[in-house]
Design a protein around this ligand. Structure first.
Ligand code: CAA
Length: 296
């Protein structure tokens, strides 16, 4: 299917990053959210990013940047945004009841040919598809944070998905400059299932006092070539999201390596969510620097 009209639902971290990748890929994008102030913030971030990462670096001209930005339209009315969509990418908060409600609504609003994709990283795509009467046209498109930069899209296959839906999701991802891979709908998909044990072991080493979070991060950056060490990456993802993902993966695999380490539970009990509230393995300071958090 030739996707002309692309809708993105949710203008948070993932939604606006996906929207940025999509306008750079040449799509005309309708970005939907429940309130105009969320959309205004997302537009400011995208505009700022075009300026900082592309125009200021001489990668594109200001006129080219303006033309790319002009491909983005915003909506607070779902029906208006989605009524003639070809492809919808949902990136609203990770709440299964909310996602099911939105997919049931989209199923009523959208034309019969519309493909409905979810960006969930922790919820079962099959359950989201089950809220619609078009299970063959529902798929997962899992982008990575920061979505404007990270090249991978996991195309997640719920049971009953049609081959044409998967092919179209691949084509959309490629047009955005991404590299898609296929994975069946199982908890953690590929990347989070593999990252989980790394996050768990890093936390265990911090708890045991084997090494500090800072030294573990330095070691994995310089010794294993990871762009971010496991503690800073866990902070980046957020402990609440990690808890949801690990609980789902452990429930499925029963692998000890995936069982949520108690340190994440304790961090959450202490109100430490990671970078999103400035408190994780590190304290993130207003001047943009960070310092290691002393556990005991
Ligand atoms: N838009 C466009 N380009 C951007 C950008 C943006 N918003 N932000 C950064 N860039 C570009 C920069 O301009 C720079 O480009 P050049 O090399 O051409 O100059 C490049 O990206 C690198 O940026 P920086 O120099 O500012 O910073 P960095 O080198 O420290 O890289 C990073 C930052 C890309 C985030 C890097 O640290 C990284 O890859 N980290 C790992 C992130 C990761 O693993 N994410 C996955 C997490 S798991 C997940 O997401 C799962 C889930 O379920 C949500």
């Amino acid at each position: 299917m030739d996707v002309k009209k692309l809708i993105i639902l949710g203008s948070g971290t993932m939604g606006h990053g996906i929207a940025q990748a999509a306008i750079f890929g040449g799509f005309d994008v309708c970005l939907y959210d429940i309130a105009q102030n969320f959309l205004d913030k997302a537009k400011d971030k995208i505009k700022g990013s075009i300026e900082k990462h592309f125009v200021a670096k001489g990668k594109i001209t200001k006129e080219e940047g303006d033309a790319i930005f002009a491909r983005l339209k915003t909506y607070t009315n779902l029906e208006e945004a989605a009524k003639d969509a070809d492809f919808v990418i949902e990136a609203v908060p990770e709440d299964l009841a909310l996602k099911k409600k939105i997919f049931a609504e989209l199923d009523k609003i959208c034309p019969v040919h519309t493909i409905l994709a979810t960006n969930t990283s922790v919820l079962p795509v099959t359950a989201i598809a089950g809220a619609t009467g078009r299970q063959d046209k529902v798929v997962g498109t899992h982008f990575f944070n920061p979505a404007a930069v990270m090249k991978l899209v996991e195309v997640v296959l719920p049971i009953g998905v049609a081959e044409e839906t998967v092919e179209t999701a691949f084509a959309v991802a490629k047009k955005m400059g991404k590299v898609p891979v296929k994975v069946k709908d199982t908890p953690g998909f590929i990347v989070n299932r593999l990252l989980g044990p790394l996050y768990m072991e890093a936390a265990q080493m911090v708890l045991e006092g084997t090494a500090t979070a800072e030294d573990i991060d330095t070691a994995m950056r310089l010794g294993a070539g990871h762009p971010m060490g496991p503690c800073e990456l866990a902070d980046f993802g957020g402990f609440d999201v990690i808890q949801m993902a690990q609980d789902a993966v452990f429930d499925y695999t029963h692998s000890e390596a995936s069982k949520l380490n108690i340190l994440y539970r304790k961090m959450l009990e202490a109100g430490r969510l990671g970078r999103k509230n400035g408190k994780g393995f590190y304290d993130y300071l207003p001047d943009g620097t960070k310092k290691p958090f002393k556990l005991f």
